[in-house]
Design a binder for this molecule. Structure first.
Ligand code: FES
Ligand SMILES: [Fe+2]
Length: 412
């Protein structure tokens, strides 16, 4: 076994980089208290931006998709107009509130027609047609267009704000995390699939779950552990955690030393499909990805606080979005983005990665529901975080600080 396949075990010492986070146990009330949950929606979620899709989903004028943001019970309609502009609207007909467009995605010839009474809106959201208009009283159509939603684009991802007047711009929200991760070939992974699951767990338990790999040898012994941990990293340690304001990135170590035979075959072919840009085009990873430039790096977990995370390797990525539905209920959405495979072997490698990733998160979720039960019944009042559970400690502090700042604002 050569030096690359069996690197040294990553050391303890991540938390020491961030002394402001402390080392003591953390109070678990923020994981279940209904009053905390309500405050989090106001103090954190309504002040953040949400990634709802990519510009490549709207290749031609008239292409559109709709997206439901369950935490806010809002649905948006995104469309490319004839000038090439991308517009975002509340998907709400201004007559009496039905959906302006029923379909999830498609192509609009020019008018979105509400299926309740037939009011119709053009690609810029203007109310273009009212059925039997003469029966209305002093209708000012110019004031009855679809209501715009604040929208912004980063690296081809479309983000929206759930409130009309965002507390911060998209660029402010993304901060250094946006800057340091720009330049990855996000747009090359044009194929995607999505799964979702409703989980009886607080949103933070779900974002915590991939944010530490301490559990991998125990919870994922036959799925993730054979490749990520193996005997070269038996305790499940990270290469690095890099904090950027409320956001953070975990860099993962891999030995790839003991894959199962099917994993070995799949990874060989998937890697061929995934790493084209790196190998053939002299592409370099942005500074935020594999920030330590370790030769033993495989995957980063890039977190945009509060609820968007990407797991990202050199040429394939997965977006994880968690939507809080209550203090102990959330919707998890996983969308895997891959390059179009150039042959059947590459496709097999990609499919294996997708199925494997789905299975790994399913192994997590049943555990999270049991943890939530212990939290709800007051059986566990403190979490004791390991040095390599630093991302969880960071999230705890970001949430606690945001709630305290909100209390001060309200008091003032
Ligand atoms: S609610 Fe849309 S036309 Fe009546
Ligand atoms: Fe896990």
């Amino acid at each position: 076994m050569n030096e690359l396949s069996r690197p040294p075990v990553p050391p303890i010492g991540l938390t020491a980089k961030y002394p402001e986070l402390g080392t003591g146990p953390c109070d678990t009330a923020i994981y279940h208290d209904p009053a905390v949950y309500e405050k989090e929606i106001a103090a954190i979620f309504k002040r953040s931006w949400y990634m709802i899709g990519r510009v490549d989903q709207l290749a031609r004028p008239g292409d559109f998709f709709t997206y439901y943001l369950p935490t806010f019970r809002l649905e948006v309609l995104i469309v490319r107009d004839r000038d090439g502009q991308i517009n975002a609207f509340h998907n709400v007909c201004t007559h009496r509130g039905n959906l302006a467009e029923n379909r999830k995605e498609g192509h609009c010839q020019g008018l979105f027609v509400c299926r309740f009474h037939g009011w119709a809106y053009d690609l810029k959201g203007k109310l273009a047609r009212v059925r039997d208009e003469e029966g209305f009283f002093d209708l000012d159509k110019s004031q009855l267009g679809l209501k715009p939603v604040p929208m912004g684009i980063w690296e081809g991802f479309i983000f929206v704000s759930p409130v009309d007047e965002p507390a911060q711009t998209l660029a402010e929200y993304l901060g250094d995390q946006g800057r340091d991760n720009a330049g990855y070939p996000w747009g090359a992974c044009t194929q995607s699939y999505q799964i979702e699951a409703e989980i009886d767990a607080n949103w933070k338990l779900i974002t915590d779950s991939p944010s530490e790999v301490y559990h991998i040898p125990m919870l994922h012994p036959t799925s993730a552990a054979p490749t990520m941990m193996a005997s070269g990293n038996p305790m499940g340690r990270l290469l690095d955690v890099e904090i950027r304001g409320p956001h953070r990135t975990n860099s993962h170590y891999s030995v790839m030393a003991e894959p199962k035979p099917v994993q070995k075959l799949a990874y060989f072919h998937a890697a061929a499909a995934q790493n084209v840009a790196v190998d053939d085009k002299g592409y370099e990873l942005p500074v935020g990805i594999n920030a330590t430039r370790s030769p033993h790096w495989t995957v980063d977990l890039i977190c945009f606080f509060p609820s968007l995370q990407f797991t990202l390797s050199a040429g394939m990525y997965t977006a994880h979005q968690v939507w809080p539905l209550g203090p102990n209920k959330s919707l998890y959405q996983q969308r895997v983005f891959v390059r179009p495979a150039t042959n059947a072997a590459e496709r097999f490698g990609q499919e294996n990665s997708m199925v494997e990733y789905r299975d790994i998160v399913m192994e997590d979720f049943s555990t999270l529901e049991r943890i939530q039960r212990a939290l709800d019944t007051g059986q566990i009042r403190q979490f004791h975080f390991h040095d390599h559970e630093l991302a969880l400690r960071h999230q705890h502090k970001v949430v606690t600080d945001a709630l305290a700042a909100y209390d001060r604002e309200v008091a003032a």
